[in-house]
Design a protein around this ligand. Structure first.
Ligand SMILES: [Zn+2]
Length: 65
């Protein structure tokens, strides 16, 4: 098992969705909107959080292979 910290998944620019991986609490504009402070990548916050959880667990790589 890969440890996943749910506190950071919602503030990480999701690499699995084309983001840069930057972690910044300010990127979470609202509970529903994520906009990266580093690259400007914008996505639904729930979508970003879910993508980061999957990415950390390695499931994205598994399913993409
Ligand atoms: Zn970014």
């Amino acid at each position: 098992m890969v440890p996943v910290d749910p506190r950071n998944t919602s503030v990480t620019c999701p690499p699995g969705l084309g983001g840069c991986g930057h972690v910044d609490g300010k990127s979470l504009v609202t509970q529903a909107t994520f906009r990266c402070t580093a690259c400007g990548f914008t996505v639904n916050a729930d979508h970003a959080g879910a993508a980061n959880v999957l990415d950390r667990a390695g499931l994205v790589l598994c399913t993409a292979a």
